[in-house]
Design a protein around this ligand. Sequence first.
Ligand code: RET
Length: 279
Amino acid sequence: MAVLTQGVVPLEMTQAEVYREVQNNTLLNLSFWVNIALAGLSILLFVFMGRNVEDPRSQLIFVATLMVPLVSISSYTGLASGLTISFLEMPAGHALAGEEVLTMWGRYLTWALSTPMILLALGLLAGSNMTKIFTAITADIGMCVTGLAAALTISSHGLRWFWYFISCMFFLVVLYVLLVEWPKDAEVAGTSEIFNTLKILTVVMWLGYPIFWALGAEGIAVLDVAITSWAYSGLDIVAKYIFAFLLLNWVVNNESTVAQMASGLGAASSSSGAAPADD
Ligand code: RET
């Protein structure tokens, strides 16, 4: 059931009641279990693919990327069990004002753990330096946590959207690093081709999340909860498992390129094209 409108629904639902609601909504439940299955398969596949990787930088890319399905399987188990879902009463001004809306806040919480891993792997692939990787990751965590705040704020409709705006500002920082800074670094590192493929995939998929947030029950509510959940689950499949497979497959076949990258995480400058300078 997308939205509960009847007065019989208690304001505070127990975890068992939320679980029952999820069970009763087959489409919603399936959007969780398909991802649990895919995350499980991805974990097995990636461990197998990485069994002979020896270069430490390549290994770090592997560990970071492997964390993505590991966080995902935990995240979706939280949703499927009802642990990280709440029914929240929307404030005045919201399209569903006064109604209890199913809020999958566990998604936003766990994005704060999975998306930094994606960015770490991309930053390492681009041969970027600590400053840029730190900037992208902290802005990304800011984006997820303020997105969580937007979903959980039920005191004021205006403030929900103000949180959303703050989250978008953090997202702009991430997009800047991805689209402007790292492509230059990847050029120097000799990883441009794969980096640019993954950059486009990432930017296009990631743009979908704020769009579906805005269209879903938490935003202007033109999409049903199960449809919104499938939209996130579909984006996740490409942004996480397909992304990770493409990245790791490339790393396995180009380990020496990664190993030869100037300097690693501590490098002060990787965009000069020269050996790391003393700046
Ligand atoms: C929110 C809503 C507030 C505004 C913005 C958002 C962006 C979310 C993004 C999520 C990406 C998630 C991924 C998860 C994979 O595990 C929080 C939806 C900008 C970009 C890639």
